[in-house]
Design a protein around this ligand. Structure first.
Ligand code: FAD
Length: 705
């Protein structure tokens, strides 16, 4: 007997986790952007930040669209929906504890969970050959481009996707290429004879050979071996034979159908776990079985939103009935399309214009949504200040216990006790950041990396850190999770740098912030200072610039995922090994590039060293998207202040060099002979380092070439 959902504990807030940025979840998020659900906190966990709209994939492969035409930007959509976004791959589920397991992020708790993770490719035939699975669609265009050139190409799979991709290949590879479609038993097995006749004729007109009735038995380096013994020579073969279920679902305890898809009822709820929902390809609708197609996933989005609204309001959800016949529009990639519905089929240029309009409109409706702050807490009663403004003791102790900070060899005392090595110098620094991403685990990692930068810049070894945390008022369960995620991220980075998180202070505030007081040690003769530059030294920068303007763009919902991903990765790149490499090559001076921007920090070094510098502007590495964001007029709030600081020192500074950095790279002076080996070592460490200029004699000034 299925047990129904308990009433939502709304006074305490309700947490909805969405897994996968599939078509249904996009619709759900859009609905939340237009009409939020008070008291519901929504978090999307997605392993790609800009999923491709499947309807445009053939056009993308044909070269009719650029990748950015076909994607929905999840950072923008979640901002509009007031939802949090975690860029990670889900690996498992603990349904009894209501926890979701991720590849990098600590387990996430939920009250309601919805899975829209799509499907994967069916198992490939044995052998090593030129096979390119089309599912999952992620990075398909990149993988396809890497497989080119191809004079002979095949498509394996005779559904609408396989047929349309054959047309795409004809267009992309040109009239000389040999294109073969291997549909298995026959093309479009779910359509009627008229549709098959029209499609076969369209394929023949475009000289696409169709070989039905012989499955692929083996992949060979330059051919496919068919079940009847024939060999089809090809340099590239797209594998699109239908949908299989993601393997990790088998260990979740959810009730699955014989193929491994999640069995759901008419309200898209799991048959076995009533707080779990599934939509899109991954759902097996028991009352209305359908083939796997994006049109159903699209229709399920608003239905899922309605179900969640009703549950949160304490009402019974309404059943979802998928349409019996769907319209399929198969583009021929040369200005025509074939429209199929039930047993009907028509072809023409009008059909292509219609398809293009539908597809473009679908993507565009996610781009034009205004941003909304990511908060959904239950209404807050009056909050205390002073000593009463701290986080509640159970919240704190719960998180600290999970971090292993309460069960060390010695009981915790009022203050942290340090035992630095005899003769060592002590370095201390402090830094604090406001959260700029809704993934607090990633924010914790970046805040720790940012704070460690100053100790690293001086050639020190981080020893310990004390954290200063604020979190906005929220139900206790959320606060403990947030505190844990944030400090766990920080702890990972601190421990990686050899430092221990010894304690700290936490309190309530308007928004999440995290700062650290870091203590480090250094040997007296091995300090790196800002003031050590000498004329003739070469200047090396260890990270590209751009985090300030990219984060400013992200907060307005204007940063593309393709900008954010490299920026977030750069901010998490550890500084310790980088400075060690600089020091080993005889660095004369070093500092970390943070809030004052490259020119501001360069100016500090030049003033301390009493010399000048010549910078090669073209050699300074920039993060993807930085220049585009600057060209759009986006600036960080610190930008103008940074410009004022270097006025008189440098003429007409480019905006990029004034951009404040979070967890930025290091600038160091190096003897000329050390530059080449140092850059080689830095690049081996994964740093995108560059030689950016030379120290010159004279009063502090910066000339730009
Ligand atoms: C070439 C091609 C063309 C197609 N054209 C059409 C068409 O024109 N019309 C149509 O109706 N159907 C079409 N389909 C079918 C369609 O692609 C699928 O039915 C549809 O994408 C399913 O949508 P979904 O919401 O289930 O998931 P998807 O759109 O596949 O999205 C799932 C998302 O979840 C993410 N994800 C997966 N696993 C995890 C994880 N463990 N953790 C976090 N995130 C995860 C994925 O990266 C992805 O972003 C086409 C398919 C192909 C291959």
């Amino acid at each position: 007997m299925q047990k129904d959902l308990d009433p939502m504990p709304l006074a305490e807030g309700c947490e909805l986790l969405l897994v996968g940025g599939g078509h249904a979840h996009l619709g759900l998020l859009r609905s939340l952007a237009m009409r939020p659900i008070p008291g519901l906190r929504v978090t999307l966990v997605a392993d790609e930040l800009a999923p491709i709209y499947s309807g445009m994939v053939p056009g993308l492969i044909a070269g009719l669209y650029a990748p950015e035409d076909c994607v929905v930007e999840l950072p923008r959509l979640t901002l509009a929906a007031g939802a949090r976004l975690i860029h990670d791959r889900v690996t498992g589920l603990q349904p009894t504890a209501r926890r979701l397991l991720c590849a990098r992020h600590p387990p996430l708790r939920y009250d309601l969970l919805s899975l829209d993770v799509g499907s994967v490719a069916r198992p490939l035939p044995p052998g090593k050959g030129p096979l390119l699975p089309v599912r999952p669609i992620r990075n398909l265009e990149e993988r396809f481009r890497a497989a080119l050139p191809a004079a002979r190409a095949a498509v394996i799979g005779g559904g609408a996707a396989g047929v349309e991709l054959s047309f795409s290949l004809r267009h992309r590879l040109g009239p000389e290429a040999e294109i073969t479609l291997l549909p298995g038993s026959r093309i479009l097995p779910h359509s009627g004879p008229l549709a098959r006749w029209i499609v076969r004729r369209a394929l023949a007109r475009r000289r696409i050979t169709v070989i039905p009735g012989a499955p692929v038995a083996e992949a060979q380096p330059d051919a496919l071996l068919l079940g009847d013994g024939r060999r089809i020579h090809c340099d590239l073969a797209l594998w699109t034979t239908g949908a299989a279920a993601p393997a990790w679902l088998r260990k979740t305890g959810l009730t699955l159908d014989s193929q491994g898809f999640i069995k759901v009822d008419e309200t898209l709820r799991s048959l076995s776990h009533r707080e779990v929902f599934a939509a899109g390809d991954v759902a097996a609708m028991q009352a209305h079985p359908r083939e796997k197609a994006g049109v159903y996933a699209v229709r399920q989005g608003p239905a899922l939103a309605d179900t969640i609204r009703r549950l949160v309001a304490g009402e019974a959800p309404r059943p979802f009935r998928p349409q019996r016949h769907t319209l399929a529009l198969i583009g021929t990639a040369d200005g025509e399309a074939i429209a199929l519905r039930g047993r009907l089929a028509l072809a023409g240029r009008w059909a292509w214009r219609w398809k293009r309009h539908i597809d473009r409109n679908w993507v565009a409706r996610f781009a034009a949504l205004p941003a909304m702050p990511a908060t959904a807490a239950a209404p807050a009663p009056m909050r205390c200040a002073g000593g009463g403004g701290k986080l509640a003791a159970p919240v704190l102790s719960g998180a600290l216990r999970r971090l292993g900070l309460t069960d060390g060899p010695e009981p915790l005392d009022d203050a942290a006790l340090l035992n630095p090595p005899p003769g060592a110098l002590l370095l201390q620094s402090v830094d604090q950041l406001r959260a700029f991403v809704t993934d607090l685990h990633v924010f914790g990692r970046i805040a720790a990396n940012h704070a460690l930068g100053e100790v690293h810049a001086m050639g020190g070894r981080p020893l310990s850190a004390l954290a200063l945390v604020t979190l906005p008022h929220a139900p206790a369960a959320w606060l403990e999770e947030d505190l844990y995620a944030m400090l766990r991220g920080a702890q990972e980075v601190l421990e990686g740098a050899g430092a221990r998180l010894l304690g700290g202070h936490s309190g309530e505030g308007a928004e999440p912030t995290l700062g650290f007081s870091v203590t480090g040690t250094a040997e007296p003769g091995r300090l790196l200072r800002k003031g050590g530059l000498r004329p003739g030294d070469r200047l090396v920068l260890t990270k590209p610039l751009g985090t300030g303007v990219i984060l400013a763009a992200a907060m307005r919902g204007e940063a593309r995922a393709a900008w954010l991903e490299p920026a977030l990765a750069a901010m998490q790149q550890p500084g310790g090994p980088v400075v060690a490499a600089l020091a080993a090559q005889g660095a004369t001076a070093c500092t970390d590039v943070t809030g004052f921007g490259l020119l501001g920090h360069m100016a500090e070094m030049l003033r301390a060293s009493r010399c000048s510098a010549r910078l090669d502007t073209a050699a300074i590495p920039l993060l993807p998207g930085m220049q585009e964001a600057l060209d759009q007029g986006i600036r960080s709030t610190l930008h103008d202040g940074n410009e004022a600081t270097v006025a008189g020192l440098v003429e007409n500074p480019p905006a990029a060099l004034l951009d404040p950095q979070t967890a930025g790279g290091f600038i160091a002076g190096l003897p000329e002979a050390s530059v080449a080996p140092c850059l080689a070592e830095l690049r081996r460490l994964g740093a995108e380092a560059a030689l950016i200029g030379t120290v010159t004699a004279g009063l502090p000034a910066i000339s730009l070439t």
